[in-house]
Design a protein around this ligand. Structure first.
Ligand SMILES: CC(C)(COP(=O)(O)OP(=O)(O)OC[C@H]1O[C@@H](n2cnc3c(N)ncnc32)[C@H](O)[C@@H]1OP(=O)(O)O)[C@@H](O)C(=O)NCCC(=O)NCCS
Length: 182
């Protein structure tokens, strides 16, 4: 259903669009503001930054042997890679029109496969643990991660501002053996 490929300069328009999305901003607790120039620079260079993997999620649909579209419909990132501990952080966001259609789930499965086992032609980082933070105001995302084998580890209480209220950061992770069991 999905194809993951490195982020490229041509993805700047769509990543810029995703940064303007109010639901995405709220549900990811984003507070940093980026200029268009920063986004252009980021998309052009992020593939070469060490210690992280940033993928564009593109639809995997194929017609007559050809991929129907290679356009970015979301992004997924493994960052904060600690080679010694074998751990990394996972982050993802789909563009608004592509949510709730199963793409996010497939992308996470692909990235976990890469993280723990590597994929054909690329050994991968051979991780032991993949963790993420999800806001307590985002129960749908939390349910998705749980269904994939992530477990809640704890909460940072009221670390995010949500309008006039606060939200917790729910810390979740999946370990290598849990990934294999799932
Ligand atoms: C969270 C997110 C990455 C999940 O990807 P997705 O492609 O929408 O998820 P899937 O289609 O694979 O669906 C998995 C489940 O999550 C639900 N879901 C989670 N967030 C959703 C949203 N914002 N809109 C629609 N469905 C959502 C789906 O309904 C589905 O539930 P179901 O299996 O009971 O039907 C994506 O919805 C998104 O980018 N949301 C906004 C930003 C965000 O929350 N990022 C995650 C921060 S931790």
């Amino acid at each position: 259903m999905v194809r993951l490929r490195p982020i490229e300069a041509r993805d700047a328009d769509r990543l810029w669009e995703s940064l303007q999305d109010p639901e995405g901003i709220r549900l990811t607790g984003t507070t940093a503001a980026f200029t268009r120039e920063q986004v252009d620079e980021w998309t052009a260079t992020v593939a070469h930054r060490p210690g992280r993997y940033d993928w564009a999620i593109a639809p995997g649909a194929v017609r007559d042997g050809q991929q129907v579209s290679d356009e970015l419909i979301g992004e997924i990132v493994l960052n904060q890679i600690d080679e010694h501990a074998g751990s990394a952080n996972l982050r993802l966001q789909m563009l608004p029109d592509y949510r709730g259609r199963g793409y996010g789930r497939e992308a996470i499965i692909e990235v976990l496969r890469f993280a723990f086992d590597g994929v054909e032609g690329e050994p991968g980082p051979g991780l032991h643990r993949v963790s993420l933070d999800v806001l307590s105001i985002n129960p749908r995302a939390q349910a998705l991660y749980e269904s994939l084998g992530f477990r809640e580890e704890g909460r940072l209480r009221d670390v995010y501002r949500d309008g006039n209220a606060w939200a917790d950061a729910v810390v979740m992770s999946i370990l290598e053996d849990e990934y294999r069991a799932a």
